[in-house]
Design a protein. Sequence first.
Lengths: 270, 370
Amino acid sequence: MTDLNPRKLLLNAYVYAVLFFILAPIVVILPMAFSETDYLTFPPEGFTFDWFGAFFGNSRWMKATTFSLQIAVLTAITTCVIATMSTYALMRGAGRLGALFQGLLIAPIVVPHIALAVALYLFFRQTGLSSTITGYVLAHSVIAMPFAVFTIAAALSSVDATLEDAAMSCGASRFAAFRLVTLPIILPNVLSGGLFAFILSFDEPVISFFLAGIRDKTLPRMMFDDIEQNLTPIIPAIAVLLTGISIFVLVAAALLRRMADSRRTVSPEA
Amino acid sequence: MVEERRVAGTTAGAAPGAEISIRGLDKSFGTLKAVDDVSIEIPSGEFLALLGPSGSGKSTVLMMMAGFEVPTGGQILIDGQDCTRLPPQKRNIGMVFQHYSLFPHMTVLDNVAFPLKMRGVGRAERRRRAGQALEVVRLSGYGDRMPAQMSGGQRQRVALARAIVYEPRLLLMDEPLSALDKNLREEMQLEIKRLHVELGITVVFVTHDQGEALTMADRIAILRGGQIQQISPARELYERPANLFAAGFIGEMNMIPANWDGSCLMLGQGERILPPESAFVSQPVQGSTTLAIRPERLGVVPAGTPGAVRANLTEIVYAGAGTLIIARLDDGTEVRARVPSAGLPPLSAGERIGLTLPPEAMLVYGEIAA
C-alpha cells in the first residue's frame, strides 16, 4: 500500500545493507575455491576443481569429515527423540515443573556457546567423555535442542489433544495413540528439527574446539588448524561444500514443514 | 443384515446393548465437586441423555464412563464388570466426540477401520467391515476421501461409523451435534435415533439442548452442580418435574409464590386454591411454597369468573394458531398463558382478566423459586 513511504524505504535499504554485509564475505570466499593458485586470492586466477580433489583425496580431511558426519547424524537422531518426548511432556503433561523444564530446554539459546563449552570441557574431562563421539553428540544435542523443541511445539500445538482420546476409545494404548495418530501428524516437523540439529552439529566450531583431542577432530576444528598452518584454497572448497549442504538441508526442512502444514489443515471447527 | 451382524458379533446370543450401573459416583477437582454422588441404572439398549447447563458435571460423568477421568469415589459397572479404574482402551466402548476427532492424516476408510486394526482384525476383513459401517451411516463410496474433504455433518457420520464399527455394546456421545448448524442437527438427531433402534446398543448422550434430549432419549437425567435432579422419560420430565430446577430447565413454566397453611394454598393477592392431592410433588411444610403450571395449561376468562385468578393483562402476542398472553398478578408475579387463538375474546393490554388453573395441571413444590 504505502510503497513510497520514506521510512519504509529506509528500513528496506537498511535490511538489504545488513544482508549484503553478512552475505558478501560468503560470495567472496566461494569463488576462491576454484583458483589455480595455492594461496587465497580474489578474484580467483584460472579455474580448477583441484582443491576439491585435494580435499576428497586427503585421508586426514576425510577422517575428520566422517567423524563430523557421524556426530551430526547421531546428534540429529538424539535431538529428534529427546525433543519430541520433552515437547510432548511440556505441552500435554500436567507436571508442576513444566516452566522450569522448559527453561532448561531453551536455555542453550541464551547461554553463550563458549560458556557451555568451558563447562562441558571441565565436566567431560572428569567423566572421560572428552573427544568421544558420545561427548560431542551430547554437547551438540544440548545446543540443537531449543530449535527442535520450537519446531515440534509449533506442530504439536495445532494437533487436537482429543485425537489421542479418540484413538484410545478405539482401543489403542496410550503409546499406540501417540505413535499412530500424533506422531505421523507432527513427523515432518520432527524431521525438520532433526535436520536443523544435523546442520548445527556439522559446522559447530566452538564446542568442538574445546572437546577435540589430538587425533579425533571434527571438520570445523580441522579447518581451524589448516587456516592457522597453511591456508590453501582447500578451505573455500570445503566452504562451498558446507554451504551447499546447508542450503540443501534447510530447503528440505522448509519443504517438510510445508508438508506438515498441509497435513494439519483439518481444523476441528471447520 | 443387522441380524447377521449381531450374530457375527462377539456377543452372540446376548442383547446387543450393555447394562450400566453407576453407583455413588464422585469426582472432585481440588475443592470443586464436579460430580456429587451420582447413581444411574441404565438397562440394556436404553438411550439415556445427560442434560444440564455447562458446569453441571454431565461431561465429567461421561468421561468417567469412557475412562478418561478416574472417579474420586463410587463405581461404574458395565455388564456387571467393575470398570471404574479400567483404562479407556480396555472398555470396548464406542465414543463420539464433540469435534468429531477424526484422524486428519488417514482416509475416511482408515479412520473407520482404526478400531478394528487395534483389535488385530486382518486387512481385508477390516476394509469390509469399515465399508459396512460407512454404509450404515450412508456414506458408502466416501472411503477414499480425507476428513478435510468432508462437510461437518459428513465428518460426524464418519465419527459415528468409527464408533460403531467394532460393534460395541455401549456408545457414548459428548455433545456430538453442537458444532453443526440447526438443520443438519435435526437431521443427525433422527439419524442417530435410527441407528440406535437398528443396532439396539445402549447409548449415553450428553447435551445441553433440552429439545435434543426430549427428541432423542428414552430417559433424560438432569444434572445441576454435579448432582442428579431427576431421571425420567421425556413426558414425565415435562409433565411432572421433580423440582423447580427441572421445572424451569425444561420448557416454560409459571412459578407462582403461594402460602400453604396446611389445607389450602393462599396466593399473594388473596385467592385461595385447593390443589388435588396428586399436585404435591414435594410435601410442603407450612409456609412458603410454589405453585407451578405450564403456560399451555392455563385458560383465559373474563375477570370475575368464579374460581379464576385475577390478573392484569400486560401483553398479547398473536402468533397464528396460538396466542401468548402475558399477565401480572397483583404481587408482580408474571404469568404466561399460551392459548389457542380461535375463540379468544378480543383483549387489550391493561385489561383485567381471569386465569383458570385446571387442578390436574397444578404442581406444588415446597420450595421457593429463585
